[in-house]
Design a protein around this ligand. Structure first.
Ligand SMILES: Cc1ncc(COP(=O)(O)O)c(C=O)c1O
Length: 453
């Protein structure tokens, strides 16, 4: 069975570059085939693998080189092997005594991530299922650290370009949506720090309790980076917790350009960082780092009589005390194996390549008549629209997006900024290289030319 599964995966990955960037043909039939009652008797593995192969062929080709929509990640094959190993040995890593060496391995991974940002030895972290849960865990931690139990007058601040998961996390953490302030941004779509200062002052004057600012290290819309050092300085003066949402951009800290963009990030109280985005790992791998690690623990530890036999934590933490989860998968191996196998240098080079490809596409489109690129890329998003000589520009750009995606060689997504429809190409997958970006440029400019004819 393992051999058959590996054969399927090998040919699936080999075919990724030629597979459609999105395939939604015959979807109804493919889904109908999977609507069935639970079987009483077992079946044949080969048949079941056939079902998996059919299902994998439908949808967006998120693992392929042409997928430039939303935030790609690719999914490194070594991580799949790590999951195979982890699921097969099925050890429990969330209390250290149950799998001490594996818990140490995961602790080492967290330490590597902390080192990347110069976090001190007392920093702690947790591998989560993704950025949304990391942001949620951060907000709960900040709430427990900075507000009393009666916290409904607490207010938090994120730029109007912040990810929706911040609002969702705040609501799940118990705050009314109205307590989340959308701080205006500068023309570069970075948080306007004087607007932040004014919003905090206004709330204090109204008797509210500002307690948290969430800054972006790479927004989803355009990859904009908030002025982190300035945000941290204001937050210190105002005694606010600073959380940096680096879910998408954070790993560019591995590059020299990233470190320059993120100056000041190491002074933040907590950082969300998604290995399933710019570390190219498969979906389901996020992380949260907290500078003063005991605050993460104090926010999540509630005890439990049936765990009384277990040893208290030493150098290696009981991860369950740092997270909402008791049981969970062994995510550490999924991060550890690819890093050990490829070396951090491999990731650094790949991320530098993505920064270069982004700039290449940006300049290529900018020099093509008709294209507007209002924001110079900071991380790896190229946001653009086409200005038709006449007619409804939004309608034109919607058609442009459809036309581009109909190529089936690249798949882009759109967003709305300042009320205007904008296309975006996000270049993060480890499988996306110069050839595909040159092709993307040809497809995008060709589609605009045809529609404008
Ligand atoms: C900046 C940012 N924060 C948070 C998230 C949420 O992460 P996840 O999808 O892993 O829950 C995303 C997802 O794209 C993101 O781009």
């Amino acid at each position: 069975m393992a051999g058959a599964a590996v054969d399927f995966v090998t040919s699936f990955i080999e075919r990724l570059p030629d597979a459609p960037a999105a395939d939604l043909d015959g979807l109804e039939e493919a889904m109908r085939a999977l609507r069935e009652p639970v079987p009483e008797a077992g079946g044949d593995f080969g048949d079941l693998l056939g079902n998996v192969a059919d299902a994998a062929g439908k949808g967006f080709n998120t693992a392929g080189p042409g997928y430039l929509a939303y935030i790609p990640g690719g999914g490194l094959f070594a991580a799949a092997l790590a999951d195979f190993l982890a699921c097969s040995v099925n050890r429990f890593v969330n209390v250290w005594e149950a799998a001490p060496a594996f818990a140490q391995l995961e602790t080492t991974v967290i330490r590597w991530l902390c080192d990347l940002f110069g976090y001190p030895p007392e920093a702690r972290g947790i591998l989560t299922s993704g950025g949304s849960i990391s942001n949620f865990t951060a907000i709960v931690t900040a709430r427990r650290a900075r507000l009393p139990e009666d916290f409904l007058d607490g207010t938090l601040y994120v730029s109007d370009q912040g990810h929706l998961s911040v609002l969702k996390a705040a609501v799940l953490a118990g705050f009314p949506p109205g307590n989340v302030r959308a701080v205006p941004t500068t023309p570069e779509l970075r948080m306007d720090v004087s607007a932040l200062r004014e919003a905090v002052a206004r709330d204090r004057a109204d008797g509210l309790r500002p307690f948290l600012v969430v800054a972006n290290a790479g927004t989803t819309n355009t990859g904009a980076v908030d002025p982190l050092a300035e945000v941290v300085a204001l937050a210190r003066a105002e005694q606010l917790w600073v959380h940096v949402d680096g879910a998408y951009g954070g790993f560019f800290q591995l590059t020299e350009r990233g470190r320059r963009m993120f100056a000041g990030i190491g002074d933040a109280d907590s950082i969300t960082l998604d290995p399933h985005k710019a570390l190219f790992l498969p979906y389901g791998t996020g992380s949260l780092l907290v500078r003063e690690g005991r605050l993460l623990r104090e926010a999540h530890r509630v005890g439990g009589d049936y765990l009384q036999d277990l040893a208290p934590e030493g150098d290696v933490p009981n991860f369950t005390d740092y997270s909402p989860e008791l049981s969970r998968d062994f995510r550490g191996l999924r991060v550890w194996l690819p890093i050990k196998l490829h070396g951090l240098g491999g990731f650094r080079e790949a991320l530098d390549e993505k920064l270069d490809l982004t700039r290449w596409l940006y300049y290529r489109l900018r020099e093509t008549p008709g294209f507007e690129l209002p924001w110079e890329p900071e991380v790896t998003v190229v946001a653009f629209r086409y200005r038709p000589p006449s007619g409804d520009a939004e309608e034109f750009n919607r058609r442009l997006l459809r036309r581009i995606n109909e190529s089936r060689r690249v798949f882009l997504s759109s967003t709305t900024i300042d009320g205007r429809f904008v296309l975006r190409a996000c270049i993060v997958s480890h499988r996306t290289h110069r050839d595909r970006i040159e092709e993307a440029a040809r497809i995008i400019t060709g589609a605009a030319r045809e529609l404008d004819a």
